[in-house]
Design a protein around this ligand. Structure first.
Ligand code: GZL
Length: 317
């Protein structure tokens, strides 16, 4: 069955995939450029991609960019030179991709965006984008806060740990959260700085916030890992995370969910890293020349402390 599909796929693809992208194995050759290994989310995402590619029988060429755009551009150029069948990548930042994506298009190698988006005006440079709605994740975080502090007169002083500067999740989560809290002037973001999506930087920036502000009510961190780093700083300052400072994060990776269940985080908006199976399905369809939706949004939910206690035993990541 799979062999028959392969033949059909290859035939539909013309010569660019006739020998599986030059591997000679007859397998679909997928070039994947990953952001890096900055967070628990990223580790889970890499595992999902690698396991799903193996399950699909693809020949995966995987490149870790260590959070540097120039490394991703180099990796994509390598994939083009190797004549892979499909290129997929998670753009570390939104801008600066048109040139290399045009090179892939000229080489007739289809590109799939996964996890994060690009801000290119030309959407013919990629076949589809599969990932979360980051603006919604920010809005859900803001809506929980507004509800939780409905009876507080204010001011409610918020510090914000932003994700990687220029990245779609950082830009969009900030936008969604800001739009919601703007409705009530009692909410004020008194400090906002990037923690680069890492625990170490999140801790370092939170230490600086705590030295500069004696009256922090809320921390909004764009991912669990920065929130977990911030918790270390909050406890070192003799404060109780989840009580003295209400903490909202995004991702819902295992360590974040454990902190939520333990009462150190108050709310998490989920951002699923388990994109592998859907991505491989899109790779197969794109390679076969089938039409795919321009945008595939991943299904996600939110968690309170009680919900985390229930969900933890069966969490996949
Ligand atoms: C979101 C993803 C973000 C996660 C972070 O889809 O790009 O990058 O929220 C990760 O944990 O580092």
């Amino acid at each position: 069955m799979f062999a028959a599909m392969m033949v059909a796929t290859t035939a539909a693809c013309g010569d660019s995939g006739s020998d599986g992208g030059g591997s000679g194995s007859g397998k679909i050759v997928l070039g994947f450029s990953q952001v890096g290994a900055e967070s628990g989310w990223r580790t889970a995402n890499t595992k999902s991609v690698q396991e799903s590619a193996a399950e699909a029988g693809f020949d995966l060429k995987f490149a870790d960019a260590q959070q540097k755009q120039e490394n991703q551009i180099k990796a994509i150029r390598n994939f083009i030179a190797q004549r892979v069948d499909v290129i997929a990548f998670s753009p570390v930042v939104e801008s600066g991709w048109d040139t290399v994506l045009k090179e892939a298009k000229d080489a007739e190698i289809p590109v799939i965006l996964t996890d994060r988006a690009v801000d290119s005006a030309d959407d013919t440079l990629y076949e589809t984008f599969i990932g979360s709605d980051f603006v919604l994740e920010g809005k859900l975080s803001g809506e929980w806060l507004v509800e939780e502090f409905a009876d507080e007169p204010g001011p409610v002083r918020i510090v914000e740990l932003q994700g990687t500067t220029g990245s779609a999740p950082a830009n969009d989560r900030k936008q969604g959260f800001g739009e919601v809290i703007a409705a009530d002037p009692k909410f004020e973001i008194i400090a906002s700085q990037t923690g680069e999506f890492t625990r170490a930087k999140g801790k370092e920036v939170m230490e600086a916030f705590l030295q500069a502000h004696q009256d922090i009510d809320v921390l909004f961190a764009h991912n669990d890992d920065m929130g977990l780093g911030a918790i270390e700083a909050i406890e070192a300052a003799g404060l109780v995370p989840g009580e003295d400072i209400t903490i909202i994060t995004i991702d819902a990776v295992r360590d974040g969910m454990q902190a939520l269940a333990d009462g150190k985080i108050n709310f998490i908006a989920e951002c699923s890293p388990l994109l592998g199976p859907q991505l491989m399905d899109l790779v197969e369809k794109v390679h076969a020349g089938e039409t795919v939706p321009k945008r595939v949004v991943t299904d996600e939910t939110t968690f309170t402390q009680e919900q985390a206690q229930e969900a933890l035993p069966t969490r996949e990541y």
